[in-house]
Write a protein that binds this ligand. Structure first.
Ligand SMILES: [Zn+2]
Ligand SMILES: [Zn+2]
Length: 345
């Protein structure tokens, strides 16, 4: 069965961090981080519905202008998520331009900004081209637990790690998928039909077991119908497949508190994208810069129980030596490099 989304780093590992999450069947996408996005063609930027920013260092947020330039006058809405101070940061970027004509553009652009506080509280504001991007307050939506965005088929969770400044680590999670057991349908003598959609919807929304589902189908002998309850049908024809889970972790110190936060957010992820900025021989430097070494990234990936790991955000000082960074991450993740005891506290 095809996954709901595909992920791909925006740039190579020495470029600005960013992850493009493509929902191919829906012609829409999410973006994690908003640094240099010049390699993304306009058609890919037009697909973005939600952008999740880890923190507002330039390599993670300077692409805001590029995105705005491409979507302005063409796209109706984009939602942005970020940490403390994020609404003001978006507002300051918007204030830097002159907006005397955009209110007349045929397509109104609304930038819907969600700010997540370190206390877990949410704030929200909207900026519309019709109102010359003046800030308009909206009712706050507090995230439920660490879920910062949720839809029918997936959710995005975020937790703060320490990078000297608060920085959001994200998990993008496909919800459990329901697969129809075609062979069992046949054994039951029933054909597919609109009733399957009704059944899946009832399971997804947590309807009671006794809910009656009318099974209607048509075959060469004509129309058929029978009624069965939800629990019976679910067990007869549906398999629940766990959804794909992706972790995106960049810009943090190697501390016990950070490692613990990530273990909670990302336990058992299928794929972990994690910064690996320096080689471990330069770990003193990494500590001063509030970044991970490749070995530390691999140790976190191991502790989290990530099934696969992709390192990125390499320091330019290792240009031409990416193989060494990758090897170090892999060795620590697979356990062939014994974990060094203790992080900085
Ligand atoms: Zn960075
Ligand atoms: Zn940073």
């Amino acid at each position: 069965m095809r996954a709901l989304f595909e992920t791909r780093p925006v740039n190579d590992a020495f470029g600005d961090p960013g992850l493009y999450v493509d929902f191919r069947d829906e012609r829409r996408a999410l973006l994690l981080d908003l640094g240099d996005i010049a390699v993304l063609p306009p058609r890919k930027l037009m697909r973005l519905s939600h952008v999740f920013v880890t923190h507002a260092h330039m390599d993670h947020f300077s692409g805001f202008d590029h995105l705005l330039r491409v979507v302005l006058g063409r796209k109706a809405c984009v939602a942005l998520f970020g940490g403390p101070g994020f609404i003001a940061q978006v507002e300051h970027k918007l204030r830097a331009y002159t907006w005397n004509v955009v209110h007349r553009y045929e397509v109104e652009l609304v930038i819907d900004v969600h700010e997540i506080g370190v206390d877990g509280r949410g704030q929200r504001a909207r900026f519309s081209s019709r109102a010359r991007f003046e800030r308009e307050p909206c009712a706050a939506v507090d995230p439920v637990g660490d879920v910062v965005h949720e839809e029918m088929t997936f959710r995005v969770r975020g937790r703060f790690v320490d990078h000297d400044v608060p920085c959001l680590a994200y998990a993008v999670e496909e919800k459990a998928r329901m697969k129809v057991g075609k062979d069992r349908l046949e054994a039951l003598g029933v054909a597919t039909g609109a009733w399957l959609r009704e059944l899946k919807e009832a399971v997804r929304t947590g309807a009671p077991d006794a809910t009656p589902i009318e099974v209607r189908w048509r075959d060469r002998n004509g129309e058929h119908a029978m009624t069965r309850n939800l629990s019976e049908l679910r067990h007869l024809v549906l398999d629940v497949v766990p959804g794909q889970r992706i972790g995106y972790v960049t810009d943090l110190r190697y501390t016990e508190a950070n490692a613990r936060t990530l273990a909670e957010l990302l336990a058992g992820v299928d794929l972990l994208y994690i910064e690996s900025v320096f080689l471990d021989e330069d770990r003193e430097h990494a500590l001063r810069k509030n970044h991970l070494t490749a070995r530390q990234a691999g140790e976190i990936a191991r502790r989290v129980g990530a099934k696969a790991v992709v390192p990125f955000h390499f320091s330019p000082r290792y240009e031409g030596r990416s193989a060494a960074l990758i090897a170090e991450v892999q060795a620590a993740w697979s356990g062939s490099l014994a974990p060094r005891s203790g992080c900085a506290q």
